[in-house]
Design a protein around this ligand. Sequence first.
Ligand code: SF4
Length: 438
Amino acid sequence: MTDKKKVALCTVRKHRVISAASPPEGLLFFGKLLKDAGYDVRVFDILIDHAEEIFLQVMDFDPFLICFNLSTGSAMRESIDLSGRFQRKNKIVVWRGAMPTLAPEYCLDNCPADYIMRGEGEKVIVQLANVLSKNQKVNIHGVVPMGSTDHGEILKLSTEEVAHLEPGWDFINVDDYVREYKRGMRFIRFSLSRGCDGGCAFCSVSRNKPGWRPYDEKNLLKQLEYIRSRCEFNGIFYIDDNLFGWKTDPTKLAILEKINVPWVGHVRVDKINSESAKWFKKVKCLVAKIGAESGSNSILKSVGKGFKAEDILEAAKVLREQDIMIYMSFIAGLPGEGEREFNETLELVERLAEIDEKVLIHLCHFAPYPGTRGWKMALKHGFTPPENLCDWDNVDLSMPNVDWVDKEKMVPLVDKLNQKYFVERFQKMNDLRLGPKR
Ligand code: SF4
């Protein structure tokens, strides 16, 4: 008989190697809370090519409850397929993550799950497991049964609740997630905060995880100590949605000084000036990742970025004065972008590229996410939404997803720029990846 104390937490990745992926943080938070409440938990981080093998492993573990992470980048078709197979084996299937949060209308429409959980499910996961293990009726805020037309509320944790959350790092082999580079650099992925208080129209973070909330310093240092006891690393990719928050003075984030490890992380343009750039250097910033999005001031304004094209250029210059590498990203095809606006982006790209070879520039294509302002803007401009959840698998940032973009012209142009200002520059920089570990 299935043990009512066993819970499996699953995510299916499009990645071919695990070291290319970030640890499944969301599931690790769930795992720790469930384990502390007495559940026997396993986390299954499933690479797309290994779905069959993992299906058998989960069945062998024989949990009564299986919680799937369904993010916008996860392998939707495989997640749906596995969920259906588990349901047919009488498992209770719950979906959490960005898709149930942002697109409940897709997830509740005849899909192979029993419930969806919207928003920050840490608030209710133990309560849900308790109720389900006793075969009681589920009446929990943020948890919606399949077929319901009432989409329920999006759960949100307070700043205090987030501060003390801890991922259960012991559910994974952290060394598997280390990414190796030349010159002996070994990077882990780690986050200092959650969410964002910004409101960029195209971005789902402020809806999915509203509000920038930092984790407690002691909590972070304890986690890093544990990770260090399990693997060697000398670099950190901060995978925070927004490392510094909109209203935060970056130079006040003292934790970076305490951690004192070279890092790569997202920094907003409006956080960069000659003073902060010196501080970034002091706290060992190797690469600043910057979402520039557009070279057109009218587009930057309409998507609510809060800075102008000239600020992007200035930020790049002051960072390069400190010899901090830059990885600048742009989005082609934002709503309202015509030939003139895109040409402004091309002009800015060329001016940035001229600064020096350590400015890497990457362009992706706009993908509207439900629940965002960008989604509404896209619909207004004639965007045809995917018909069902499976079709979300085709939404791909490396291809145009909207009808107003001239695909034949845009695809080769974007590919050419990415080759010239990203791939070739990256290769020249002797920071080339050694290749996947496994
Ligand atoms: S793009 Fe960055 S700054 Fe803007 S809302 Fe998203 S996470 Fe926040």
